[in-house]
Structures are given as C-alpha cells and as structure tokens.
Design a protein around this ligand. Structure first.
Ligand SMILES: Cc1ncc(COP(=O)(O)O)c(C=O)c1O
Length: 488
C-alpha cells in the first residue's frame, strides 16, 4: 500500500492472493458510468487483457485525481502551479521531443544553451571565464552533479599531491534539503552538518569553519532555507573561507544551493552578494520549476568556469548521430520544460520577474504582518528573503501547529506543519510559500480562515503543554534526520 511515507510504489497486498471478485471490490475499478463503455470491472493492480476506450480510461483517472489537493491552494510547495496559457501551449507542442536527441532537435539545444547563458549572467559569472552549465530535472539532480564535480576536483588535487583521497566530506547546515543527504549517501561523501540552535535556523559561519579540514570537498551555502525561507550568510562564509585560504593550506570551494533564491535574489535583493561575484563560489544550482516559474521538471546548474567541471564526468555519445557530450544522471527527458523556461525569459524579461517577485513579497510581508498581529503566533521569517512566511505557536497554547495545519486542510488550504531540523527540533512551525497563484485577495481569505481555526481550536482543545514531547506526539509526521517531510 502506498503511504505518505513511501513514495516508492510497493506491491499492493490485494495482488498477493487470489480472492473472489465479490470479496475484493477494492481490487477493481467499477465506475458508475461503466455501462457507457465498461462491461467488466478493470483490475487496478494488474494489466487487463482488453483495452478500454480512451475517454473511459481518461475519465477513470480524472475521477481519482479529484481526490488530490488543489494545486492553487498548495502553499506547501515551492513548485510552480500556474503558467501562462501560451507557455502551456508551447509545452504541449514539445511534449514529444526528447531533450537528449540533440542531433534531431538542434534548435532545442540552442535554446537550452541560451538559457544557460542567461542564468550565468544573472548570477554574475565573470565574462572572462568560460562558464558552463546544463538543465536538469530539478535542483536535486543539479546538486548531485555539482557535488560530484566538487568530489572529483578534490580527489584529483589530492592524487596530484600524492595525498590520501578516501575520506571526502562536505560541510553544510543541518537545515539542508534532503537532496544533500542523498548526495552524501549515494556518492559516499561524509556529510558534516553544522548544528543549528533554537534561535539560529541557518548555518553559522564560525560553526562551519570548525567542521572543515583537508578532506572537505566544499561548503554549501543555501540561498533560501527550505525550512524558513531565510538566506544563509553566504558572503560572510565566503570571506571566512578566503581568510582561511590566505592563512594556510585549506582552499575550499563553495557551492550555492539557490534552488528557490536563484530567481528571487537577483530581482529583490540585487545588492546581496551570494553568487559568482564571490570568487569562492564555483557552482550554483537553481530550480526553474520554483521561482523560475516553470511547471515541475526543470533545474539548472552553472559552473563559474568549465575548469570546475572535470572532463572525466562528461560522457560523449555518438549513437544519436554526431558527438554529444552529456553530463546528467538520466539520459532521456522531456524538452518542454527547457522551452517553457526560455518562454519565461523572453516573455517576462528582468522587469517582469522583478515585478512578480515584488508582488509576491508584498503578499508575504502582508501575511506575516497579519500573523504577527495575532497573539497566539510568533513569526520566524516574514518574507523578507524568499517570499515565504514561517511562524510558530507562541508560549503555552492548548493546540499545536499540526492541528492548525489539519484544520486548514478541511478548507482546502495546504499549509505544512513540521519540526525544525536537528538541534532546533523542539520548534514546530507552519510555513506559507507565496507563489503566483496566491493573490492578496486569497491571502485575506487565508488569514480569516486561520483566525477561524484559532478560535475553534481555543474552544475545543484542552490545555496541554507545547514542550518537545507533546509536539512530537501531536505530530502526524515521523521525522527523519532533518525532520523533513512534505517540505519541498
Ligand atoms: C534549498 C533546496 N535545495 C534543493 C531542493 C530540491 O529541489 P528540487 O525539488 O528542484 O529537486 C529544494 C526543494 O525544495 C530546496 O528547497
């Protein structure tokens, strides 16, 4: 049975035994309108011998999908839920193109290369350098590629100096997104987590410096923590690493995880130095499908200089015709997202992105102001970095953030509640990611609904404690190392 905790499909228990149809209606799809096209129930878990009419098959699936949440009210996800209809048309038009078929679709490759150039320049890559980059399925793949490049560069340097290269580590805050844990485990790099505290939910510079040594392949700075939306002190971290390099042997590169902030900071906080303006930054990832405003399935990674990307990681294939360099974890992938990204670049331009981000931030700040006006809450992040509002229940209330999240769901709002990453896990918060679908009008309705939920919970819940134990007991979510669930 698929559960929230297991996105990897498991064998359904209904398929294990053969039971008569009458006992086992759960195993079959028998829609009410079956007389119009279905003469027999259709098995859910094994493929039927006979085909269905296209409209019947589609209707069955649409019916089930009605049970999903409404993407427009999904304030949990950073991922785009609305695009122009012209973008949707372009995506439909290119759904049948495999991005990897470069020989067959050279113009798509050209468009991809333009996107990389646009991003490199947005991230202030030095023109005298030979920056390079590629599209990925999302920031996770981008991070795996960037992490691999860091590992190989470190190993090559160690090998050249005849030094051991068997114990690489990577230094990052406890608040990293789960993809960094995956990178460390999949590619056998020791993750060195910089502890958080009850009043610091991002990496600390001094604390990070204590973790680095000659085996550190890189230090990660996050432009927009998944947990709160705050930017990490990237420039301070870079300067501290510069100083370390000046003093001695440790010359450690930085990668910036700008999954969300890569499309926000250049427009809202252009003075904030986080990108290739800092010499120490060798690579940056961003998610085109977050504030890049494209539907899910696109990320980007850009390197300051082609030298930062070891040649050994690039594979050359000739079986598609011509010589094609590939650096990706997957091979085939759809071209539509790349096209849609380029559409946004053309359609919006810098001022278009700037005005969208400005309006999202205004909405976020308005929401944060309203929340801080409620005596039951304390705002943790008010939308001043990413347009994300993160808040917790103040003091000793009779209800938890988990109950608030559950009740908001009854109204259709998806507002996740979760505990912070280790070292700050006693703190449980709610988070609202402001995206294009959340207008100020809707935000008014959301605030009214939050007030209604508060009143309801105050009258129905008994006095309880909000200490760590009760937070964990109330939490419907069993947390892993990062306490990270449904936060993406
Ligand atoms: C900071 C950060 N890094 C990486 C990721 C993973 O991004 P993607 O979902 O594009 O793989 C996320 C997702 O929320 C994120 O917030």
């Amino acid at each position: 049975m698929l559960t929230n905790n297991h996105r990897i499909s498991k064998r359904n228990s209904a398929t294990k035994t053969t039971v008569s149809e009458s006992d086992n209606s759960e195993e079959y799809l028998t829609p009410a309108y079956s007389a119009r096209g279905l003469s027999e129930p259709v098995s859910k878990y094994s493929m039927s011998e006979t085909p269905l009419e296209a409209d019947v098959a589609a209707q069955i699936i649409k019916d089930e999908l009605n049970l999903d949440g409404n993407p427009a009210l999904n304030l949990a996800s950073f991922v785009t839920t609305w695009m122009d209809k012209e973008a949707e048309e372009l995506m439909l038009l290119t759904l049948n193109k495999n991005f990897v078929d470069a020989e067959e679709y050279p113009q798509t490759v050209e468009i991809h290369d333009r996107c990389v150039n646009i991003l490199a320049s947005l991230f202030n890559a030095p023109h005298e350098k030979n920056y390079t980059g590629c599209a990925t399925v999302g920031s996770s793949e981008a991070i795996h590629l960037a992490g691999l490049a860091l590992k190989w560069n470190w190993k090559k340097k160690r090998d050249k100096e005849n030094l051991p290269s068997s114990n690489p580590n990577i230094v990052m805050g406890q608040n990293v997104q789960v993809c960094w844990e995956k990178f460390a485990r999949y590619f056998e790099v020791e993750p060195r987590y910089v502890p958080l505290s009850n009043d610091r939910f991002v990496i600390g510079v001094d604390e990070a410096l204590k973790k680095v040594d000659e085996n550190t392949i890189g230090v990660v700075g996050i432009l927009g923590s998944t947990y709160t939306g705050e930017y990490e002190p990237i420039e301070e971290l870079a300067l501290a690493l510069d100083e370390l390099a000046l003093k001695g042997k440790l010359d450690i590169p930085m990668h910036i995880d700008a999954a969300s902030g890569g499309f926000v900071a250049p427009f809202l906080q252009p003075e904030f130095k986080w990108d290739f303006r800092l010499e120490r930054v060798v690579s940056i990832n961003t998610s085109g499908h977050k504030y890049g405003l494209v539907y899910p399935g696109i990320g980007w990674v850009v390197w300051r200089d082609a030298d930062c990307l070891p040649e050994e990681l690039i594979f050359h294939v000739n079986y598609l015709g011509g010589d094609h360099p590939t650096f990706q974890l997957n091979f085939s992938r759809g071209a539509s997202q790349v096209i849609a990204q380029y559409y946004n670049f053309l359609r919006l331009g810098k001022s278009g992105y700037r005005s969208i981000m400005t309006s999202l931030q205004k909405t976020a700040v308005w929401i944060a102001d309203q929340i801080s006006g409620l005596s039951e809450f304390e705002v943790v992040h008010s939308g001043k970095d990413l347009p994300v509002v993160c808040f917790k229940v103040k003091g000793d209330q009779s209800f938890t953030v988990f109950e608030i999240s559950d009740m908001l769901k009854q109204r259709g709002w998806i507002v996740p509640a979760y505990t912070m990453a280790p070292d700050a896990e006693d703190i449980a918060v709610l988070r609202i990611v402001v995206k294009e679908g959340l207008s100020l009008d809707l935000a008014h309705i959301l605030i009214n609904d939050i007030k209604f939920v508060l009143e309801h919970l105050k009258t129905t819940t008994q006095k309880d404690t909000t200490d760590v134990k009760s937070i964990k007991e109330h939490s419907p979510v069993k947390t892993n190392r990062t306490g990270h669930r449904g936060v993406c």
